[in-house]
Design a protein. Structure first.
Length: 300
């Protein structure tokens, strides 16, 4: 019934449902987060983290419910078989829209551990969500441009240490560390300003996943390379809420992390950094070709 509503009405209903669900699940989340903050005992910390993850998974699951109520989107998903809920994964994906986060959560929820995203430090101020992300130990990182780093090179070391400390917490319980390698959402303007050699992607950055691998090393059983395609065009979040996304295509491929990258120093060893960049560029070249193929199959 809700699917038949006019798109603007459907968007309002979906937004309010999502907001109410977020407020509802924020209460038990914060009720557990406060003792976690006040009782820094490692054994109890792991218990608190498991409970917090279950609460967040319930929130994600309910998001999938209101999506089914309000949207007639066709989901074409391949590659979820064989994933382990109790494993450690490094997850990378192309990034086009805020919708990507909901897509990743819906497709991977309870198939692998809760996704922990690298977030800009400024997002901690987002009402409710910022507090929830903090409680769930999402890594908050600062993004500095090249000019700022040239003036204050010590900021790079601070950022590296912050990322390593955040990732080190994930060794206590199975975790999925999620990183958008492009560092920002794709747009034609950004693509042109970068001079990107890829047709559908911005240039990838290896620093984030290098820090995650440096902190967790052999715990990662594989990398999950996720490709998201919207055959109807890159949607806004309002398009998504309004049911104006006719199809979502997701392809997931497991890939081993090269052994020689597990213990090298990306930041201090130029050879390791070059190998990381070569590996990431290879992932992106395959992803770009795959997007071409998926779009070519889509009906006009």
């Amino acid at each position: 019934m809700l699917r038949s509503l006019p798109p603007p009405v459907k968007g309002v209903v979906a937004f309010l449902t999502c907001a109410l669900s977020t407020g509802f699940w924020a209460v038990p989340l914060l009720a557990v987060a406060i003792p976690k903050m006040l009782i820094p005992v490692p054994g109890l910390q792991a218990v608190f983290e498991r409970v917090l993850s279950r609460i967040a998974e319930n929130w994600v699951a309910f998001n999938g419910t209101w999506m089914r109520w309000t949207q007639a989107t066709r989901w074409d998903v391949e590659g979820v078989d064989g994933l382990a809920y109790r494993g450690w994964y490094l997850v990378v994906s192309n990034h086009q829209s805020w919708v990507d986060i909901f897509v990743l959560q819906r497709v991977l929820n309870r198939r692998i551990p809760l996704l922990k995203f690298f977030l800009k430090r400024e997002l901690i101020r987002v009402p409710v969500f910022g507090l929830a992300w903090w409680a769930l130990d999402f890594p908050f990182v600062r993004r500095h441009d090249a000019a700022t780093l040239a003036r204050r090179p010590e900021l790079r070391d601070i950022d590296i240490q912050t990322t390593r400390q955040a990732c080190a917490k994930f060794s206590r319980i199975p975790t999925s560390v999620m990183n958008f390698l492009e560092g920002t959402r794709f747009s034609p303007d950004k693509h042109a300003s970068q001079g990107s050699t890829y047709r559908h992607l911005l240039k990838p950055k290896s620093g984030g996943i290098a820090q995650a691998i440096g902190a967790l090393g052999d715990r990662f059983q594989s990398l999950l390379d996720v490709t998201i395609v919207y055959p109807g065009g890159r949607p806004t979040f309002w398009d998504f809420l309004s049911g104006r996304v006719p199809e979502v295509v997701v392809r997931i491929r497991q890939e081993p992390i090269p052994p020689d990258l597990l213990h090298g120093d990306h930041d201090l060893d130029p050879e390791v950094r070059a190998r990381f960049q070569q590996w990431v560029q290879g992932l992106w070249e395959r992803k770009d070709r795959q997007i071409d193929e998926l779009l070519a199959r889509a009906p006009d």
